[in-house]
Design a protein around this ligand. Structure first.
Ligand code: ATP
Length: 211
């Protein structure tokens, strides 16, 4: 069963086709990866799927049409470009703000995820003291904490060391087992090969299947 369907999705800017007739579907419970060179259109596809930009064509999530002005059809955990963190708060508090919003407050789950990503679990260390990689891991944790039906990660391995990438792979697999569907962009071939259940290539705003 498909969670997401894109049909003939296009977007132009100043006469240039940034997305060119993109059609593919994302199966429920899959880990779909998007790969391609800088500027090929990977992030725009994620933004289109999330209803963050206007496109022509049709996008449905859970069989409901995605509209920029509408309510998003499912709960989604998202990391696109840079993580949005509150620097004056701890990692714990940053995650708690999200679970409160999702009405799924579970402090044990927050602790578990922080431990899994080797991040401080205390409520005193402020995020402003974190390294780049620690901030990136907290951004990923923000997208994952609610165990949402859809989890979208844009270049999650950026700034991560090998050990952190290995832990990320384990966490993604666990969450997939628990029912989440993932769409992930990455330049990291080893990472893609380790996690993808389906690989989609992006070139000049168009998509193709990667064998
Ligand atoms: N808001 C915008 N207005 C105009 N052009 C845009 C906008 N956002 C992105 N683009 C252009 O669309 C193209 C695709 O951008 P996108 O961010 O999707 O690339 P990407 O594949 O994610 O690249 P990277 O690997 O560098 O993250 C690029 O040529 C970019 O300059």
């Amino acid at each position: 069963m498909n969670l997401i369907e894109l049909q003939n999705v296009s977007r132009s800017f100043s006469g240039k086709k940034l997305l060119n007739d993109v059609s593919f579907s994302v199966e429920k419970g899959s880990i779909t990866t998007l790969e391609g060179i800088n500027g090929s259109g990977k992030t725009l596809i994620l933004k289109a799927i999330l209803g963050l930009i206007k496109v022509s064509g049709n996008i449905t999530v859970n069989r409901k049409r995605v509209l920029v002005s509408g309510r998003y059809p499912v709960q989604a955990g998202v990391l696109i470009e840079k993580p949005s963190l509150l620097n004056e708060f701890s990692a714990f508090k940053n995650l708690q703000l999200i679970t409160d919003l999702l009405e799924s407050s579970d402090d044990d789950m927050i602790k578990e995820l922080l431990i899994q990503f080797d991040l401080p679990i205390d409520k005193k260390t402020k995020v402003k003291k974190f390294s780049l990689g620690m901030k990136q891991k907290l951004g990923i944790a923000q997208a994952m904490i609610g165990g949402c039906e859809l989890i979208v990660l844009d270049e999650p391995t950026n700034a991560l060391d090998e050990e952190s990438i290995a832990k990320l792979i384990v966490t993604i697999r666990q969450m997939r087992e628990a029912g989440s569907t993932f769409i992930i962009t990455s330049h990291d071939r080893e990472f893609i090969e380790a996690i993808a259940t389906r690989r989609i290539g992006v070139r000049d705003g168009a998509t193709y299947e990667v064998a």
